[in-house]
Design a protein around this ligand. Structure first.
Ligand code: FAD
Length: 309
């Protein structure tokens, strides 16, 4: 009969989960890493990562994911393709329900389920998603060769991806609701120096229109003035929402945004349940701290298991 109980289960194989998997496998813990999609998580959505140490020229998100997985596999990572749909964390032995396979149980659980891009929530967005509305420049930029696209957002991701889009699109218009970008200075300098990027400040996207694909982006500036941009594509890059639909949010005392609070050792309020990476309640969501928290969580899990026996 297939094994159904593990000392440690890691949920999600983004940078946090892959690092937790590396630490658990290398420590020869009785572990299982569960992932419902492709290993790598959100880094698969980005073209280039310039701020993860050890890669002086930067690295593509895809290559970094492959390297993280290969490193964990070198220590015999035990992983399963599966979608966790719910869980019971009320008993010392935690129980996970999966979509297409038998339930699994564990003594410790590390939640690394991450996040996903936040939608604008405006008319036309849902209808034209995949037909000109995109949340991933890396995935979709090549479709916009010689076209004019808009990027909505002002943080690191929006600016980085606007720069990437200029490799394909003739013109990229970045729309931001404030009068200055939140992105780091170095990214701002690159974007301002790029002749193919222009900026619309103090404006919100209010509607996306088109029949077969995106044709118009409607804007309203902070003085109430409305305008329409003729456009071939809209990239929405305005932050992330937690992947928490399978989590008992009340028991984990999720914050108002649905992220999971932990202490510095990544311990949630439930004994034996840790959370690492973008699903944690925190300010900075980057690969470097997701990986660091994945490592911390395994060490916290080891301490918990030692105290159990
Ligand atoms: C477009 C974009 C560009 C970015 N650029 C950078 C950058 O340049 N530098 C940087 O440091 N950071 C960047 N980030 C942020 C970085 O990608 C995240 O901080 C990091 O991926 C978080 O890692 P994580 O492991 O916590 O979560 P994620 O990467 O979100 O991974 C979570 C994983 O859990 C899986 N999962 C979720 N729910 C379930 C379930 N129910 N069952 C099974 N599996 C599940 C998901 O499929 C996913 O693979 C970028 C993000 C985006 C979207």
């Amino acid at each position: 009969m297939a094994k159904t109980h593990y000392k440690l289960i890691i949920l999600g194989a983004g940078p946090a989960g892959l690092t937790a998997g590396l630490y658990a496998a290398r420590a020869k813990m009785d572990h299982l890493l569960i992932e419902k999609g492709a290993e790598g998580g959100q880094i698969l959505l980005t073209d280039w990562i310039d701020n993860y140490p050890g890669f002086p020229d930067g690295i593509s998100g895809f290559d970094l994911a492959e390297k993280m997985l290969a490193q964990a596999n070198r220590f015999e990572l035990n992983s399963l393709f599966g979608n966790v749909v719910s869980m019971d964390l009320t008993e010392p032995v935690k129980r996970l329900e999966l979509e297409d396979s038998d339930p699994l149980t564990c003594n410790t659980l590390i939640i690394c389920s991450g996040a996903h891009p936040r939608p604008l929530g405006i008319p036309g967005e849902k209808e034209l998603a995949g037909k000109g509305v995109s949340y991933c420049a890396t995935c979709d930029a090549p479709f916009y060769r010689n076209m004019h696209v808009a990027v909505v957002g002002g943080g690191n991701t929006a600016v980085q991806e606007a720069i990437h889009l200029t490799k394909f699109a003739d013109k990229v218009t970045l729309i931001h609701r404030r009068d200055e970008l939140r992105a780091t200075k170095i990214l701002q300098e690159k974007a301002f120096a790029n002749p193919n990027i222009d900026f619309i400040w103090n404006s919100n996207a209010t509607k996306i229109q088109g029949t077969e694909g995106v044709e118009e982006l409607h804007l309203k500036n902070n003085d109430g003035k409305e305008s329409v941009l003729k456009i071939d594509g809209v990239f929405v890059l305005i932050g992330v929402l937690p992947n928490n639909e399978m989590l008992p949010l009340d028991i984990l005392k999720a914050d108002a945004g649905g992220f999971i609070p932990t202490d510095l050792e990544t311990r949630t309020v439930v004994p034996g349940v840790l959370a690492a990476g973008d699903i944690r309640s925190k300010e900075v969501r980057q690969v470097i701290n997701a990986a660091g928290e994945g490592a911390t969580a395994v060490l916290a899990a080891e301490t918990y298991l030692t105290n159990l026996s």
